[in-house]
Design a protein around this ligand. Structure first.
Ligand SMILES: [Zn+2]
Length: 101
């Protein structure tokens, strides 16, 4: 019988998770790195040049080329949420680490 590799992969302890994703800033940085591994690129025109807008709860980007504004969470699972990213990350961790999750 073939071994289920997912079942036997190393888990992440709660203290290790909290050290890595315990704050909103850490979660935002992780989400940005997951979303744009090569750095921000405009979803409208693909340009990498942007202005960082400070208004709002999350990072907002404005393309220097087409002026399209987008936020870090726009178009993601977290769009329109009022909860902090750290709460969402913790919920995802708890569900994904549970054997019945
Ligand atoms: Zn653009």
């Amino acid at each position: 019988m073939a071994m289920n590799r997912i079942q036997f992969q190393a888990g992440l302890s709660l203290p290790a998770f909290l050290a890595q994703f315990g704050t909103d800033e850490q979660c935002a940085d992780a989400l940005e790195a997951f979303r744009w591994p090569q750095g921000f690129s405009c979803p409208g025109c693909g340009t990498a040049n942007y202005y960082l807008l400070t208004a709002g709860k999350h990072k907002n980007f404005q393309c220097k080329c087409c002026r399209l504004q987008t936020s870090l969470i726009a178009g993601t699972l977290f769009q329109s949420t009022h909860l902090a990213l750290s709460i969402w990350f913790l919920a995802i961790y708890l569900i994904s680490q549970a054997k019945t999750g």
